[in-house]
Design a protein around this ligand. Structure first.
Ligand SMILES: *Cc1c(COP(=O)(O)O)cnc(C)c1O
Length: 294
């Protein structure tokens, strides 16, 4: 399969919010790369697709709101390769799952126990036998391949600095789930600018280990999970509403909302001096928001 000569462009836009008090912020809008294929998941996938040249399609796994499976299924439909999704839990028709079906992804529901076994060495064996022509991609499109696919984001942002009137920038700020996207930025920066990761998951999810397997330095992780992955609270929802109303930036509560709210706390705590220039990565995920807003 492939090569795929579709490299979407992520716009870099200035963001004006009262609480920035002198800190300058630009958003790299991965939510705007395409009407269907949204967010960091496409960039992560490109690294895996590059390794799948001898395969006919892709098999991967995720939950019933998975942004990764959504991007994969949409790409399969767009570029005409078969996709198989292994899902956590029992069959349910979330808006995401309905899309996966409409995009033609073939679904298998693994239950909860079956899904938990995904890190065991033997997990893939029966699937490899059943689908010998499909290339397996780990959860969320992670690993070194996924990180490598994100390096191009650094180039894209740098190419747009001049239009913002910026000679340079000081650091990156983004949500981290597995930390793969962050690792990709750190790799591409090679020490030129630090990358801050706002953790959307609790500490014990192994993010530091995931990242440490790819890069050793050049980043910092901060807790932004607000009590757990996918836990929402009124302060967060109100912040998302206010941000959308004041500057039109749509956020979702799992990753991007928590990441920007964590930045606000750091700015208010005086971590960044006025004049500091930060690039916030909008990692997308807006399709998953349908599960929370009905
Ligand atoms: C998956 C996802 C993330 C986390 O990306 P990682 O590379 O796993 O850290 C962040 N934001 C959104 C919207 C996502 O869908």
């Amino acid at each position: 399969m492939g090569p795929f000569d579709w490299l979407p462009h992520a716009p870099l836009e200035p963001l004006r919010l009262d609480w920035l008090s002198g800190v300058e912020l630009a958003v790299l809008r991965l939510d705007r790369i395409d009407p269907l294929i949204s967010g960091n998941k496409w960039f992560k996938l490109t690294g895996h697709l590059a390794q799948a040249q001898n395969a006919r399609g892709i098999i991967s796994l995720g939950g019933a709101y998975s942004n990764h499976l959504h991007a994969l299924a949409a790409a399969g439909k767009r570029f005409g390769f078969p996709t198989v999704g292994l899902l956590r839990g029992h069959p349910q028709d979330t808006p995401t799952v309905l899309d996966l079906k409409a995009f033609g992804m073939h679904l298998h529901w693994l239950g909860y126990g079956g899904y938990r076994a995904r890190h065991e060495p033997a997990f893939w064996l029966p699937w490899r036998e059943h689908y010998p022509h499909l290339h397996p991609v780990p959860e969320g499109g992670g690993g070194l391949a996924g990180a490598s696919g994100c390096g191009v984001l650094v180039e894209q942002a740098r190419a747009q600095l001049q239009a913002l009137g910026w000679a340079d920038y000081d650091a990156w700020w983004l949500a981290a789930g597995t930390g793969t996207t962050l690792a990709g930025l750190v790799l591409a920066e090679a020490g030129a600018h630090p990358v801050y990761g706002a953790l959307a998951v609790p500490d014990d999810h192994g993010v530091a280990q995931n990242i440490g397997a790819i890069v050793q330095a050049g980043y910092e992780l901060l807790d932004a999970s607000r009590g757990g992955f996918a836990k929402v609270d009124p302060v967060l929802l109100d912040f998302i509403d206010t941000t959308q109303q004041t500057c039109g930036l749509p956020l979702e509560p799992l990753y991007t909302g928590k990441a920007l709210l964590a930045l606000k706390a750091q700015v208010e705590a005086g971590r960044f001096t006025p004049g500091t220039r930060l690039i916030f990565v909008h990692t997308g995920g807006l399709q998953g928001r349908r599960g929370f807003t009905g």
